[in-house]
Design a binder for this molecule. Structure first.
Ligand code: 5AD
Ligand code: FES
Length: 368
């Protein structure tokens, strides 16, 4: 297959590629001229559809108490070496207000997964308290019942992030204990769509046993599940988590980074109008990893707002950046970094997903 031809078709039209063609792009050699052409094509699409603009979400890591036990994650339930914390409603409200002062018109509230009436009501209360700030609010609080999603939606959340982690159920089963269900996660994503959220999902790349074909299918999955936002990043081992890199096929950090960048680029070329995040995990592999993510087609960055005293306790993987920086430092740093690549931060704008708007305009037209 001719890569130049694939790129030309992908650039001209959203959702134009087949699974085989996506797999070809994902398997391009790191640091090759063809890979550079892939990034350039994805960046042109990003600039054409979204502009040289980056949307910002202030990330609030609201707590690391988690009922889940994913084999890759540093805050999994079985990890006894991590001090657990939960922000109270006042602390979350203060961070949301700080985000507002910074000109971030959107925030993400993320925490470990807790399913209880008490927690559902707590989040509802937080959402009602921050409503007067008029921020775009994304939740990232794991799998919940449709009823819980509905209550949080009514209390003011408009977006929800729930990574599928991998669209391959067999690979999913190798990365999680038997009590964790891939099917339930898919159902949760569908429930989010029914509740009217802008739905975000995504996967980790460079997982042991994962192939370019798996990643190509992940991108098709994003379309089929109706995702409007995508957040992806490389898997990075955590010293207290059981998932280890296979001894015989260690991937150098630069190769991992490049695989994650190809995944961003291929996703942009397939879903022209999706919001795609340049995740913090990219920055763990290279100082300018997030900027490289933007140059490969991403358009969202989530600077950390969490107080420095909690940052180390929210370590999903080793080498998390900016553990010692507060929110103001992260803001200044990000501004300089984006300036250097000629991208502008969209202060004061929520940056809703164009894909969500397009999907709803279509539904409205069909109903009219
Ligand atoms: N490396 C990279 N990403 C990770 N996540 C969890 N553990 C790791 C890790 N070791 C990601 C998962 C999860 C998100 C909150 O963080 O994709 O959905
Ligand atoms: Fe946190 Fe640079 S992004 S200091």
């Amino acid at each position: 297959m001719d890569v130049a031809d694939i790129l030309a078709r992908a650039e001209a039209r959203s959702e134009a590629l087949t699974e085989d063609e996506l797999a070809v792009l994902l398997a391009l050699p790191p640091r090759s001229a063809q890979e550079a052409a892939l990034f350039a094509a994805a960046y042109r699409v990003k600039c054409r559809i979204i502009g040289k603009r980056v949307s910002i979400r202030g990330l609030i890591e609201a707590g690391n108490v988690c009922a889940k036990d994913c084999f890759y994650c540093g805050i999994r339930r079985s990890n006894k070496n991590v001090g657990r914390y939960s922000l109270d409603a006042n602390e979350i409200e203060a961070l949301a207000a700080e985000a507002k002062r910074f000109g971030y018109a959107s925030i993400v509230i993320q925490s470990g997964e807790i399913e209880s009436e008490e927690h559902t009501a707590f989040i509802e209360d937080v959402l009602r308290r921050i409503a007067p700030l008029d921020l775009g609010v994304t939740l990232s609080l794991g799998e919940q019942s449709q009823e819980t999603y509905r209550r949080w939606r009514e209390a003011g959340a408009t977006r929800y992030l729930l990574r599928i982690e991998t669209s391959n159920p067999e690979l999913y089963a190798k990365l999680h204990p038997a009590s964790h269900s891939w099917r339930r996660r898919v159902d949760a994503l569908k429930a989010l769509g029914r509740c009217g959220y802008q739905v975000g999902t995504g996967v980790m790349c460079a997982l042991p046993g994962q192939t370019a074909r798996d990643l190509a299918r992940d991108i098709i999955f994003y379309r089929d599940i109706g995702a409007h936002m995508i957040g992806m990043g490389p898997w990075i081992p955590h010293h207290d988590a059981p998932l280890r890199e296979p001894q015989d096929s260690r991937m150098p950090p630069s190769d991992k980074l490049h695989l994650a960048l190809r995944m961003i680029a291929a996703t942009r070329l397939f879903l022209h109008d999706a919001n795609i995040a340049a995740s913090t995990a990219l920055q763990a592999l290279a100082d300018d990893g997030r900027e490289q993510g933007i140059m490969a087609g991403a358009n969202v960055i989530m600077p950390n707002m969490t107080d420095v005293k909690y940052r180390a306790a929210y370590q999903l993987y080793d080498g998390k950046p900016c553990l010692g920086e507060n929110a103001a430092l992260c803001r200044g740093c990000l501004e300089r970094r984006l300036d250097a690549i000629g991208e502008k931060i969209l202060y004061g704008q929520r940056g809703d997903s164009l894909r969500f708007r397009a999907a709803h305009a279509q539904a409205d037209a069909a109903g009219a």
